[in-house]
Design a protein around this ligand. Sequence first.
Ligand SMILES: Nc1ncnc2c1ncn2[C@@H]1O[C@H](COP(=O)(O)OP(=O)(O)OP(=O)(O)O)[C@@H](O)[C@H]1O
Length: 643
Amino acid sequence: MKQKILIVEDQFIEANDIEIMLIKAGYQVTGIAHSVQQALQLISQQVPELVLVDIFLKGDRTGIDLAEILREKNIPFIFVSANSNHEVLVAAKATQPYGFIVKPFRERDLTVTLEIAQYRYENSVEAAVRKEDVLTEKLKQIIQCKNSWEEKMQQTAVALQHCLAFDHIEVARKSEAEASYTAVSFLRIGFNEYQQLGLNELQTITKTTMKQLGELQNVIFPAEEAMTFSGNEFAEMTQKPSMRKLIAEHFGMKSLLVLPLKLSNGEIILFSFYSRKPDAYKRDQLVLMKTFRSILTVAVEQMFLMGRMPAAVTARVAVNSAVSSQAALFPGIIGKSPRLLEVFDNITQVAPADTTVLILGESGTGKERIAQSIHDLSKRSKQPFIKINCAALPANLIESELFGHEKGAFTGAMDKRIGKFEMANKGTIFLDEIGEMPIELQSKLLRVLQEKEIERIGANAPVRIDVRIITATNRSLEKEVAAGRFRLDLYYRLNIFPVSLPSLRERKEDIPLLAEHFVNLCSQKLGKSLQLSPAALDSAMDYDWPGNIRELENLVERSAVIAKGELITRLHLPEPPVVDEPSPSPGFEFMTNEDNERDHIIRALKKCHGKVWGAGGAAELLDLHPSTLNSKIKKLGIRKMPF
Ligand SMILES: Nc1ncnc2c1ncn2[C@@H]1O[C@H](COP(=O)(O)OP(=O)(O)OP(=O)(O)O)[C@@H](O)[C@H]1O
């Protein structure tokens, strides 16, 4: 039986059309609402399995307002709208819909969108179940090993990290008889690396006396319910002196999720997860943690039976040999910044499943490396990992490259050829620069995703394949969809599990480690023992890195070759960005289109201080692809000069 669907649409005729399409396709329509209020009324009478929501509705509330309520109620929804401008897409996307369908649409578009929604929903449910299974298994192992209480807690923290990302965790115990908590807490300092923070550490780091710390510990917050605090709520909660305020201020934490566990003897164990991201914890994370509550309670209770939590905790850096290190799991991926750790968390979560992954990030941020890691950490690791760059192939070759061809399928097809998809069978295919895939081919890719079969050009029967798909792009696919260059249904199929890679500018704290790594690689290559001078490192920290890690890697290599001795005293960074002055006002003379375009680009470059790529760059401002802008700069002969 297909899903029960509620239609929320204020245009009578359109609502009617949708209803006819749905019924014809075998869906059950629970009702048609013309406003948010009416929709809520209908939902209170019968909960639908999915809601189709128009964005602009009669009344003062929009479909986006309804979407937020639906998320609260855990009811999946799809937007239906004629308006696909970028701002609306961004606002709609923030509500995490299961699909988006643009009017006017055909019956087939609607049914495909519904199928994708179903697939995505099942995937998210399956992901939650998988996380719970993995956590249960890990907790069992932790209980059985003969470690101390703190070690067990640290291992529990590591296990939880894969379910809920955090930068600091505190586990506190409050017995009925006692007025204050005893707590053990860990600050994340690397992937699977935590520093245990006891009162002694806090005293040193925060320059607070033991007496003051004792007083702060006595400020206890009610802990009956699982709750999240972010944004203003977090700021308000951390106004008055307390341990929470101390942690927030000294470690830069910006949001909190608290999860109280009530043990059978009445004691309360309070898990506090802190994150440096202001919006890390929302309803979804809360729901997920609540589902883990019972398995955590049982596990913590058993850990208690084996050893009490110490009243005063001595601090030390907790390094656990039982957990795999970053170097072992992600060889060659350097960095410890919170943004990169978040990426590692995402990868470890998604790698074991067959879920399709979309890697987003500027050029040179390491998308290919990350794709390789996902493959290496998956159960397909012994099978092929096939990469293909959709931007590097001429449009007329991509199809045969991807799907292969039969002998004589087209002029020049002298032999039968196996395509990349077939080569990747049982393994993983990595489609880089997916945003560049020609629209005609996108429907074929969609078919592979839906039917799990491919057809060689010129063949008369499809071939079944079992391939995990990882894609990557440095473009905004939403913008591509809005511009009609990328299929919305394909976007939803690919965007099941997005992993966003930070630019190097967003994780400058990793530059010293990365620079050292590349210097070591050069030393090996050149048979020297190279070092980077502090001044050269400082210049790297000040630079904007539009080309990200690849640019850093290339610059280190170039500077190493140029360096006279073994000390690299200078990184040969590009000259500060400089651009022409726009042409003087034309007065009564007419300007050509070319002059206008030239001036327009120069103004944009000046506004962005000469930056072309990435966030805040001229390409973004002009809504152009950076390489398109670069070729225009060349073509229009825009020269460099100081500004
Ligand atoms: N975290 C990292 N640590 C060390 N080296 C890295 C890291 N990330 C990327 N690199 C190196 O930087 C270079 C660029 O990485 P990669 O090719 O994966 O980037 P990309 O995002 O796929 O680029 P593009 O979008 O241009 O295809 C590679 O040589 C890669 O090995």
